[in-house]
Design a protein around this ligand. Structure first.
Ligand code: DOR
Ligand code: ZN
Length: 345
């Protein structure tokens, strides 16, 4: 197989940032993906319909001419979030979903939720109107080992959430463990998960190979090899519960290469090729289109994209750095050669 044609994919989890950084990164996503679920963890976070509309306008204004790309906006849940605002935003077609960050779990999550019972009204509303809940699935208890935080979240929070809200659509975002893959696979049809290209590609050793390697650090942090293998199995299984979500999270080189570096992997520039590499290695190219272009929209209840893209089996080298609006960022696979490239359309 030297070319592979598929429905144009969507990215069900991306950080596009704001200001000059937004202008510098958004087109990497928009060149490949027809739609993307845009994370609301700006500073201040996106908690109102007006803020989401204004952010969406800034995203659209930053697009290269000729690109068709639809940003799907999300509402950042806080302890004091207004359920009426969520319902109005969803009815108006502004909010596609709500994002739950446990307070202090990750970048710009200080306004996040401190206890699920504080957002009960919002969850009841979302369940009633069919609006998905997107979860950063980690507990924040400092006494829980960082490598266990996802599994403990599943046991102590998610299992109860699924029981208490049986009709609520839930996406466990950027899963990193075998426990998460199994919990989602065995769960009800209302429960799904996104998987990033980096968690499919490397395990936690990558962060420590010959020294500390900050560009492999993200949250949830990469786990042991058997977890990576479980994620590859889930992604390539053909199950409609797993779909593409890059969690591309750009940070300036200076914010990564420092005494206390930020979490995030900037995987947008070659996202679809990174996933193609994994599916090709797993001899599962026949299941790639479902993961990248079908399972997500079906879960969200949105139409499939009609446009097609073609990947060519041709080596391309990934630059060591990308300049985004004057900010230098190290992309995922920096300095490596990828075996696929998106053909010019
Ligand atoms: O690694 C991450 N980076 N994980 C997150 O949950 C947030 C993200 C970011 O916004 O930088
Ligand atoms: Zn994220």
């Amino acid at each position: 197989m030297s070319t592979f044609t598929m429905r144009r994919p969507d990215d069900w989890h991306v950080h596009l940032r704001d200001g000059p950084m937004l202008a510098g990164v958004v087109n990497f996503t928009a060149r490949q993906f027809a739609r993307a679920i845009v994370m609301p963890n700006l500073n201040p976070p996106v908690t109102t319909v007006a803020a989401a509309e204004a952010y969406r306008s800034r995203i659209l204004a930053a697009l290269e001419p000729g690109l068709s790309f639809t940003p799907l906006m999300t509402c950042y849940l806080t302890d004091g979030i207004d359920a009426g605002e969520i319902e109005r935003g969803f009815a108006a077609g502004v909010f596609a979903a709500c994002k739950l960050y446990p307070a202090h779990a990750t970048t710009n999550s200080s306004h996040g939720v401190t206890d699920i019972k504080n957002i009960r009204a919002a969850l009841e509303t979302m369940q009633r109107i069919g609006m998905p809940l997107l979860l950063h699935g980690e507990v924040t208890d400092k006494h829980v080992d960082i490598f266990d935080r996802e599994a403990v979240f599943i046991d102590t929070i998610l299992a109860k959430l699924v029981r208490d809200f049986p009709a609520l659509k839930i996406v466990l975002e950027h899963i990193t463990t075998e426990e998460a893959a199994n919990f989602v696979a065995d769960g009800p049809a209302t429960l799904a998960a996104t998987i990033t290209p980096h968690h499919l590609d490397y395990n936690r050793n990558a962060m420590f190979e010959g020294g500390i390697r900050p560009h492999f650090y993200c949250l949830p942090v990469a786990k042991r090899e058997h977890h990576r293998l479980a994620l590859r199995k889930a992604a390539t299984s053909g199950s409609p519960k797993f779909f593409l979500g890059t969690d591309s999270a750009p940070h300036a080189v200076s914010a990564k290469e420092t005494a206390c570096g930020c979490a995030g992997v900037f995987c947008a520039p070659h996202a679809i090729e990174s996933y193609a590499k994994v599916f090709d290695e797993e001899k599962a190219m026949d299941r790639f289109e479902a993961f990248a272009s079908e399972n997500g929209p079906r879960f969200y209840g949105l139409p499939l994209n009609e446009e097609r893209i073609t990947l060519e089996r041709e080596g391309q080298s990934v630059p060591a750095r990308v300049s985004a609006g004057g900010t230098e960022i190290v992309p995922f696979h920096a300095g490596a050669t990828l075996g696929w490239r998106v053909a010019a359309s």
